[in-house]
Design a protein around this ligand. Structure first.
Ligand SMILES: *[C@@H]1O[C@H](CO)[C@@H](O)[C@H](O)[C@H]1NC(C)=O
Ligand SMILES: *[C@@H]1O[C@H](CO)[C@@H](O)[C@H](O)[C@H]1NC(C)=O
Ligand SMILES: *[C@@H]1O[C@H](CO)[C@@H](O)[C@H](O)[C@H]1NC(C)=O
Ligand SMILES: *[C@@H]1O[C@H](CO)[C@@H](O)[C@H](O)[C@H]1NC(C)=O
Ligand SMILES: *[C@@H]1O[C@H](CO)[C@@H](O)[C@H](O)[C@H]1NC(C)=O
Ligand SMILES: *[C@@H]1O[C@H](CO)[C@@H](O)[C@H](O)[C@H]1NC(C)=O
Length: 233
């Protein structure tokens, strides 16, 4: 009986490793897709081009990558999708690490409310004049209209606004910015579960922690199903 239990606990680990590999591969793929969404490359005389040059970045298609040999995978820090015939902006998956996005000169009619969810580093966005800044004016330090474009500069921290928003996070949790107009609540140390109501260290987190956040969710699901199985035996 004991041996059996030991064996079945190995399986999730293998499963999780494979899952993470797939996750990593798909991440790299989507990252490329965003860079190849339309023809051409980031030009030198554009805002993104200049930003990339000053940041010592590497241009690939419409993206600027940070030349950083310490982080893996490489991160997109600039995205220039201007003059791309975009009418709808729904997801820019793989680009959530960008600091600057140019969406000018596009016939945009709609930007999804969640398009920039998780874009915590985004600090400069260029839009057609008619499009409002993501999250509204309140989510930005400065909103400016100039030469047919709208510039949204300096993402505001939604956790630090006067009064209400940060109190939306339940007790025992911490508020963190999660893109323009968004915030995220994460459980404080030693709390977990729905609304962070459970207390105590969560052993799975320590065991699988280094494999990444995706692991955490899967490990949790497996733990629940295994436990249910064990109970029914
Ligand atoms: C881009 O511009 C910088 C100066 O702003 C220049 O030094 C660099 O050579 C240019 N790169 C290309 C590919 O034209
Ligand atoms: C990155 O690699 C280059 C050589 O390939 C090295 O000179 C540089 O110090 C490295 N940078 C970091 C941050 O490790
Ligand atoms: C936009 O792209 C078209 C071709 O795709 C090009 O002819 C035009 O000059 C571009 N406009 C600007 C402002 O770069
Ligand atoms: C834009 O998207 C919102 C929801 O995100 C939707 O309610 C609205 O009808 C859309 N407008 C157009 C013109 O597609
Ligand atoms: C947002 O800011 C822009 C530029 O300052 C301004 O034109 C616009 O009226 C503002 N929108 C709202 C809803 O306050
Ligand atoms: C939060 O707000 C306080 C006071 O308004 C300010 O001193 C602090 O710098 C802000 N922190 C961030 C991260 O914006």
């Amino acid at each position: 009986m004991k041996m059996k239990a030991g064996c079945s606990q190995l399986k999730p680990v293998v499963f999780i490793l494979i899952f993470n590999l797939c996750f990593y591969a798909s991440y790299q793929l989507t990252e490329l897709q965003v860079c190849k969404r339309c023809n051409g490359t980031v030009l030198n005389d554009t805002k993104v081009g200049q930003f990339c040059f000053l940041s010592d970045g590497r241009v690939d298609g419409r993206c600027c990558f940070r030349n950083d040999n310490t982080t893996n995978p490489e991160h997109i820090i600039g995205l220039d999708l201007s003059n791309c015939s975009l009418s709808h902006v729904e997801d820019l998956q793989g680009a959530s690490t960008v600091l600057i996005i140019d969406l000018s000169l596009n016939p945009i009619v709609n930007i999804s409310d969640t398009a920039f969810q998780g874009f915590t580093e985004l600090n400069y966005i260029i839009l057609p004049e008619a499009i409002v800044c993501p999250g509204g004016n309140v989510s930005w330090d400065k909103v400016e209209i100039s030469k047919g474009t709208r510039l949204c500069e300096g993402q505001k921290n939604m956790c630090n606004q006067t009064g209400h928003l940060s109190t939306n996070c339940p007790l025992n949790s911490l508020c963190a910015p999660y893109g323009p107009g968004f915030f995220e609540c994460s459980c404080a140390e030693n709390y977990y579960g729905y609304k962070c109501l459970r207390q105590g260290a969560f052993p799975t987190l320590q065991v699988f922690g280094p494999l990444g956040a995706s692991t955490f969710v899967i490990a949790f699901l497996l733990w629940v199903t295994q436990r249910r199985k064990a109970k029914s035996l």
